[in-house]
Design a binder for this molecule. Structure first.
Ligand SMILES: C/C(=C\CNc1ncnc2c1ncn2[C@@H]1O[C@H](COP(=O)(O)O)[C@@H](O)[C@H]1O)CO
Length: 229
């Protein structure tokens, strides 16, 4: 089966090849971005999520593996502790966390994103939003979550993780807790933060302490409680 690639809104916005077309349409695009913010805020305010945890993680995590089970367990434990769960609404680790949240009977949010190859929202989401722009969607994650858990993931997970981390480090947001689930997976990264970034003076030793690295889901959930209102 051939999957058709389509041009996304992000791609059109960032495209340098069609500057003339951009000049004519810039105002409309700004309004489209504005509309996406308004819809996001309206939907998520109306959803009354209470304390919610954002869960990041790989779109490629297979449904048959232990990592998927870990994601379900994390979503369920967060739910049992009274948190709503917000993910990217996609497959893999996102689906697992939404599934666990649905099992626990709490609100299970999917912040979907338009991609060149359509993926569709996972079936365990009960509050769904579909974004054209990654940056608008990221604002929603940050505004409606009081803490973040990152399951093993790739560039997308890294992007979301470091966006959250930078905002905490620079005190643009309060100190919300961030947990990296999976010592084997994340240990090397944290070691590198110490051996390269701290050693070279690019970050302070305390900046590394903004991350809890653990295999223990109960510890991660307890850590998330520090972000509760
Ligand atoms: C590229 C693939 C599937 C894409 N589907 C996605 N749907 C929703 N959200 C996504 C998707 N891909 C990335 N994200 C966001 O980034 C994180 C996962 O990225 P990673 O590179 O897989 O770590 C995730 O938290 C989402 O918010 C098929 O591979």
């Amino acid at each position: 089966m051939t999957i058709k690639r389509r041009i996304t809104a992000d791609e059109r916005l960032l495209d340098v090849a069609h500057r003339e077309e951009w000049k004519q349409k810039a105002a409309w695009r700004v309004m489209k971005i504005q509309a996406e913010f308004v819809e996001g805020f309206d939907t998520l305010e109306a959803a009354e999520l209470g304390n919610a945890v954002g869960v990041y993680g790989s779109a490629r995590t297979g449904v048959d593996g232990d990592e998927y089970k870990l994601g379900i367990e994390l979503g369920r434990k967060l739910g049992e502790a009274g948190f709503s769960v917000i993910t990217g609404g996609g497959p893999g680790a996102m689906e697992a966390a939404n599934r666990g949240a649905a099992d626990a009977g709490v609100k299970s949010v999917g912040l979907g994103i338009e991609l060149p190859f359509e993926q569709g929202i996972n079936p365990y989401v009960d509050i769904q939003l579909d974004f054209h722009y990654f940056f608008v969607r990221k604002v929603m994650f940050l505004k409606y979550s009081c803490g973040f858990c990152a399951l093993p993931g790739g560039y997308g997970t890294m992007d979301e993780l470091f966006e959250s981390l930078t905002l905490v480090q620079t005190e643009k947001v309060g100190k919300f807790p961030i947990a990296l689930i999976g010592v084997d997976y994340w240990g090397g990264l944290v070691e590198w933060l110490r051996s390269a970034m701290v050693r070279e003076g690019k970050i302070s030793p305390d900046d590394v302490n903004l991350l809890l690295v653990t295999d223990d889901l109960d510890e991660a959930v307890e850590h998330m409680k520090r972000g509760r209102e």
